[in-house]
Design a binder for this molecule. Structure first.
Ligand code: DNO
Length: 403
């Protein structure tokens, strides 16, 4: 399993030199400055590769750009509106340019409007560390009282609405503003940043779109790009919805094993694969992560290893980002399933037997609390996660390799 690390480019407060010392060998990044829908040119790709290859003192880093996360899919493609055919053509050109530069693994997502969503970016834990959290009550405060989405009141049961009223009555203006900011202005890696007004306009455009239509649009997209990726030797991998349930009345189509299976089967080629993100999928108790790794394994091209602690039993509920070996997902079982998949691939002679993973997110601990890197992406919290995961791999890998 290739140990990778997400890096947001030269402005990231966690530098390439930090990553090299953390011991990762691959970088996960994107050309975040290129507007969604435009072509990623060979020049920009090459520039990013050079940045990755060099430490702050100018010596070689030994790191390479292993995974693209994300080559974003624009709203036009998700809605099949406006310039979507041009964007589709541009997507294929970007894939070609990435393949020419030696990249192979390309992550993207198909979440309409909002990328990943949290209500709290620095929730204090009893030991003084902070982590990200999704609180359903806060989210519904946003929906009903800040966004004031038409018809939203029909989406929630009475007990939740009463809790929302009590919470809203106690909130200061600054807290309301902070909550709205956390939800709409875009977390790290999101393709677009919105104002509340933009969000209302986007939601209106999806008002009549159900799951089936959105799934058809994803399948149409993949029917176009996956064969191109296959021919170029690339592996596309769709990131799950985060959180894995509908928000703001928007359809969600990549939240469960059945969702994934439907899309894999519809375009049944290896380059149509998945990013198995244990943190996103793990927010639902009905997602069996080690089982998904086992059953969907041949098409898992990228792994995000992260853990969440669910605070409620419902599918749609609150959770916080736990330590990598804490939380509700059995991380040892998941890593074991991934290592077994790698062994299977080796036996069948697959050149792409190695599955890149990154320690996804981390809690802010020690000096992270002062450094203020991107929310969810601190240096030391992730290093701790990587070290713990590396320990599991070191313990299991020799035994699995020996059969
Ligand atoms: C959160 C991330 C997401 C992810 C995109 C993939 O930390 O996992 O931003 O990168 O959804 O397209």
């Amino acid at each position: 399993m290739e140990q990778t690390w997400r890096w947001f480019g030269p402005h990231d407060r966690v530098s390439i030199s930090d990553v090299a010392q953390a011991g990762a060998t691959g970088i996960v990044t994107a050309l975040h400055h290129v507007p969604t829908g435009s072509v990623w040119t060979p020049e920009e790709i090459g520039k990013r590769q050079a940045e990755i290859a060099t430490l702050s003192d100018g010596t070689p880093s030994g790191l390479r750009w292993s995974v693209v996360e994300s080559l974003p899919v624009g709203e036009d493609i998700k809605k099949q509106k406006g310039d979507w055919r041009t964007h589709l053509a541009n997507y294929k050109v970007s894939l070609r340019n990435l393949a020419e530069a030696g990249l192979e693994v390309i992550c993207y997502n198909f979440m309409p409007v909002l990328d990943w969503t949290r209500t709290d970016l620095a929730w204090r834990l009893p030991n003084g560390a902070t982590c990200m959290r999704f609180d359903l009550t806060d989210f519904v405060v946003f929906d009903l009282h800040i966004l004031k989405r038409p018809g939203a009141e029909h989406d929630y049961e009475d007990a939740l609405k009463s809790a929302v009223e009590r919470r809203f009555a106690r909130m200061s203006d600054a807290e309301k503003e902070q909550l709205a900011g956390n939800i709409v202005y875009g977390l790290p890696g999101a393709a677009e940043k919105f104002s509340i007004e933009d969000l209302r306009a986007h939601l209106a455009e999806y008002a009549s779109m159900g799951e089936e239509t959105l799934r058809r649009h994803l399948i149409d997209f993949l029917s176009e790009v996956a064969p191109v990726a296959e021919e170029l030797g690339l592996r596309l991998c769709c990131h799950p919805d985060d959180p894995p349930f509908p928000l703001l009345g928007l359809p969600r189509i990549m939240s469960t094993e059945a969702h994934y299976k439907a899309v894999m089967d519809a375009v049944d080629i290896r380059s149509n694969g998945i990013t198995l993100c244990s943190g996103s999928l793990g927010a639902r108790a009905d997602n069996d992560l080690p089982g998904m790794m086992e059953r969907l394994g041949a098409r898992v091209h990228f792994l995000h290893l992260r853990n969440v602690k669910r605070e409620t039993a419902n599918v749609r509920g609150s959770f916080y980002e736990a330590e990598h070996l804490g939380g509700d997902t059995d991380m040892v079982a998941l890593v074991e399933a991934a290592l077994k998949e790698e062994a299977r691939r080796k036996r069948t002679g697959r050149a792409d037997w190695s599955i890149p993973f990154r320690p996804d997110h981390g809690q802010d601990i020690l000096d992270d609390l002062g450094r203020r890197a991107q929310p969810g992406y601190p240096a030391i919290g992730r290093l701790k996660g990587l070290a713990e995961l590396r320990g599991i791999i070191a313990a299991l890998e020799p035994r699995i390799a020996a059969g």
